[in-house]
Design a binder for this molecule. Structure first.
Ligand SMILES: CC(C)(COP(=O)(O)OP(=O)(O)OC[C@H]1O[C@@H](n2cnc3c(N)ncnc32)[C@H](O)[C@@H]1OP(=O)(O)O)[C@@H](O)C(=O)NCCC(=O)NCCS
Length: 320
């Protein structure tokens, strides 16, 4: 069973409010902002998650980030928060604010920082959430989007000097998500054999994305898919970006460079497995010409739950 992240429709209003009420979150004033509310819908059409963005003159308010109990711990909160941040970027919002009484430790991974209530701009302070819905003792957080709309990444072959950053990026997803099925984080030394499986030529590459401050913020790889020799012409792609740069074009920059590097190699087919749900990864793969070939159900067990994996493939050379 998986869930899709999508924009809420007017007919969803009552069910979104019901989800929030069940999660003990305030619902006052939310009806007016349904057009900028993102939801997660399961295969039966049930709403199992929400994240609302209220747009004001000097910033946006993120509220109502909720996931139904049976879906918690499966990455939906991340996907919904990412989607709300993307929406704010698309609307050229300078900063996102939020109030929370329970999730102060969830939001910093997206770049939210604690601030004083007085530092919230007046238009956001007029929201119902600020004026009445949330207790005055709630933590106030802010994520600035200024200057982050068009970051530029340099993509180059990864070097051993990058291995610490590459390991940290991967370990974040190992520890906090079921995006990857490794269960324990790696030390840098333990990650070395993986690094050594890639080269600066041939079908198995490891590219790093470097930001303007010279930090390694993401990587993409191709590697062997299955051991038997006839599979030599197929590679499996994967890509990981540091959590705070997701949705800023880092994954796209990496995949563009990776597939360009492979263009002259003896590769026919690229495959990728995406554990569900992961709307950002699915969007990235579809953008780069991958098509879904089906879902393997219940193939991984992590956090005491079974996870499905959707498989994608594309020819190295896309037609046309
Ligand atoms: C998946 C991942 C690599 C994508 O890279 P990214 O830098 O976040 O994505 P980009 O900004 O380059 O956007 C690529 C496409 O995905 C879409 N997208 C990005 N985040 C999205 C989200 N949360 N929901 C829906 N679509 C999203 C973008 O709109 C874009 O599509 P478009 O060109 O049609 O607009 C990145 O989010 C990541 O590292 N996630 C965690 C690790 C992971 O899931 N790796 C893949 C394992 S299979």
């Amino acid at each position: 069973m998986h869930a899709h992240i999508e924009a809420a429709r007017p007919s969803d209003t009552d069910r979104v409010l019901d989800l929030l009420t069940r999660n003990r979150l305030p619902v006052d004033g939310l009806r007016e902002h349904l057009a900028t509310t993102t939801i997660a819908r399961d295969e039966t059409g049930e709403i199992v998650g929400s994240a609302a963005l209220e747009l004001y003159a000097d910033g946006a308010l993120l509220r109502s980030v909720a996931v139904a109990p049976q879906w918690q711990g499966r990455g939906l909160g991340h996907a919904l928060t990412d989607a709300a941040i993307r929406l704010a970027r698309d609307r050229h919002v300078p900063a996102i604010y939020l109030l929370t009484t329970t999730a102060e430790r969830f939001f910093p991974q997206f770049g939210f920082e604690r601030i004083e209530r007085a530092d919230v701009p007046p238009s956001v302070q007029t929201s119902v959430e600020f004026t009445s819905a949330c207790p005055s003792s709630a933590t106030v957080m802010r994520k600035s989007l200024e200057g982050t709309t068009m970051p530029r990444y340099t993509v180059r072959p990864a070097t051993l000097d990058d291995l610490g950053a590459l390991t940290d990026i991967y370990n974040h997803y190992v520890v906090n998500t079921a995006i990857t099925f490794d269960l324990r984080p790696f030390t840098v030394a333990e990650r070395r054999p993986w690094f050594d499986d890639h080269a600066e030529s041939g079908p198995h590459r490891l590219l790093a994305a470097i930001d303007s401050g010279n930090s390694c913020v993401g990587y993409a790889t191709t590697g062997r898919w299955r051991p038997k020799a006839a599979y030599d012409t197929t590679v499996e792609a994967s890509v990981y970006c540091r959590p705070d740069v997701r949705g800023t074009g880092c994954g796209s920059a990496l995949y563009s460079a990776l597939f360009e590097c492979l263009a002259r190699e003896d590769v026919e087919t690229i495959v990728a497995g995406v554990s569900l749900p992961n709307p950002a990864s699915i969007a990235l793969h579809e953008r780069f010409g991958f098509r879904s070939v089906g879902v393997f159900t219940a193939v991984g067990r992590k956090f005491d739950k079974l996870w499905d994996v959707e498989w994608f493939q594309r020819p190295l050379r896309l037609p046309g």
